[in-house]
Design a binder for this molecule. Structure first.
Ligand code: PEP
Length: 251
């Protein structure tokens, strides 16, 4: 049985007071979420510690949106894995399309970040996905394969228990346009085939693959119903407690 995960990527939203309000809304009704669904939230760096403190006795897990690939040093403005761990954060999102596109994070850099996170015993939610032009040119499987091969497929078999995949077609992120449940299923099934051929069927069967891209209460149920979709990475809709809970309750 694969872990089902609904994770909220709060991006650069919410000051401290706004985040406390959002968390209070989630904590109020967190017990309504099916017990086999892991609920995660990814606040900004400045909100990680208060979020961790405030969710200690709850089923909510706090994760980071990014981290630097080095242990420490002269990297002004960056945050290291040990810093994250010191405030209770054990999981990090890497490879989000905004990090790739706006902050020029390459597959090679992401491979380094993955290595650092794993070396620190952290879990990684590894994001990838094609752009609209790739899909129009029917290159979406190739693009995803290359992102996975270059950024992630160098890891040891034993490291896969610390990896969650998040397929996020760039054309569906923050656009209101969602991949159809069939498109999501088709890609997720293809990713499992890539895993089976590069690693093993056992690993392919065990890794959770989340879908991300304009998931909302109205479409979550049919996306989550697909057999190779193990949950979602949610942007905009995770900023409203009721919508985010409704999505988590769509299982
Ligand atoms: C995201 O940024 O990971 C995302 C899926 O955003 P949205 O749900 O707003 O499309």
């Amino acid at each position: 049985m694969r872990e089902k995960i609904v994770a909220g990527n709060w991006k650069m939203n919410c000051d401290l007071a706004e985040m406390e309000e959002l968390l209070a809304g989630l904590k109020n009704k967190a017990e309504t979420i099916p017990s086999d669904v892991s609920l995660m939230v990814a606040p900004s760096f400045t909100n990680l510690y208060p979020a961790f403190q405030s969710t200690k006795e709850t089923p909510i897990t706090v994760v980071a949106q990014n981290m630097h690939q080095s242990e420490n040093g002269a990297f002004t403005g960056e945050v290291s894995p040990s810093m994250l761990k010191s405030v209770g954060v054990e999981t990090v999102i890497l490879g989000h399309s905004e990090r790739r596109a706006i902050f020029n994070e390459t597959d090679e850099l992401l491979a380094e970040k993955v290595n650092t996170a794993l070396a620190h015993g952290m879990k990684v939610i590894f994001c990838f996905g094609e752009e609209l032009k790739d899909r129009k040119e029917d290159k979406h499987f190739d693009v995803v394969k290359s992102q996975l091969q270059n950024g992630l497929f160098h890891i040891e078999d034993s490291a896969w228990s610390n990896i969650v995949l998040a397929y996020e077609p760039v054309w569906a992120i923050g656009t209101g346009e969602t991949a159809s449940p069939e498109q999501a299923q088709e890609m997720h099934a293809e990713i499992r085939k890539m895993l089976a051929s590069a690693f093993s069927q056992d690993i392919a069967d065990k890794v959770s693959i989340l879908y991300g891209g304009s998931v909302k209460p109205a479409n979550a149920k049919e996306i989550f119903a697909k057999e190779d979709v193990d949950g979602g990475l949610i942007g905009g809709a995770s900023l409203k407690a009721d919508d985010f809970l409704a999505i988590a309750n769509s299982y």
